[in-house]
Design a protein around this ligand. Structure first.
Ligand code: PGA
Length: 249
């Protein structure tokens, strides 16, 4: 069976709750499709109004982060059951900005991925190399390491439902999108790595996104690649252009 595309917006630290509602109202008719899963990953404080605003539409609301403990003395953190109770279906785990600014590591990513599955939340697991790593020729090795650690202890059945977002750090927010060949090469390597860890059926089921300066003009060619099952979109997810990205065909 062909994999359904998944196109997710990563709002990052943008949009107040009232702005979030207005943006969802604007985008709702523009992202209506049955051909792809459409996810808006929004700031924690926007989740409840966003879920409300998205009701009756095809938009699923996701979170941008989550903690790996159930509850307790972790000031400022959000637990998995807080997310599910609010209506969240997806969570971005290990975005490079969280790794860079908030000390996220492959180990915390793995703990969060396991916890998300425990609660029936689909993780969108981020991986991606720096420009230096690309220039050093270690991109694939680095990505494989990130993917392998993120999936430690995850069952094949769970992994089949996961989403992995390949986001080269040098392409995030820079307007410098990876070439179609670069994006396809790494997404294929991610899938091959999943086949190695599990089996071909799991690799055929898992969805691999490309992220990094995806725009209405770059999306059609990127998403037509055999191993690219959609995108994780930052800047362009805050504009009506997101409708064009979702309906890229
Ligand atoms: P960008 O962000 O589309 O603005 O490059 C992508 C991301 O960080 O997920």
């Amino acid at each position: 069976m062909a994999r359904k595309k998944i196109i997710a917006g990563n709002w990052k630290m943008n949009m107040t709750p009232s702005e979030a509602v207005a943006l969802i109202e604007t985008l709702k008719p523009l992202v209506a499709t049955e051909d792809a899963d459409v996810v808006f990953c929004v700031p924690a404080i926007d989740i409840i109004p966003a879920v409300e605003a998205a009701k009756g539409s095809n938009i699923c609301i996701g979170a941008e982060n989550m903690y790996f403990e159930e509850k307790g003395a972790f000031t400022g953190e959000i637990s998995p059951s807080m997310l599910t109770d609010a209506g969240v279906k997806y969570v971005i785990i290990g975005h490079s900005e969280r790794r860079q600014y908030f000390a996220e590591t492959d180990e915390t990513v793995n703990k969060k991925v396991l916890k998300a599955f425990e609660h029936g939340i689909t993780p969108i697991i981020c991986c991606g190399e720096t420009l230096t790593q690309r220039e050093q020729g270690v991109t694939i090795d680095f990505i494989r390491q990130q993917v392998k650690i993120a999936l430690l202890g995850v069952s094949a059945e769970q992994a089949a439902k996961a989403v992995i977002a390949y986001e080269p750090i040098w392409a995030i927010g820079t307007g410098k999108v990876a070439t179609t060949e670069q994006a396809q090469e790494v997404c294929a390597a991610v899938r091959a790595c999943v086949a190695e860890i599990y089996d071909q059926a799991t690799a055929d089921a898992i969805r691999v996104q490309y992220g990094g300066s995806v725009s209405a003009s770059s999306a059609p060619e990127l998403f037509a690649q055999p191993d690219i099952d959609g995108g994780l979109v930052g800047g362009a997810a805050l504009k009506p252009d997101f409708g064009k990205i979702v309906n890229y065909k």
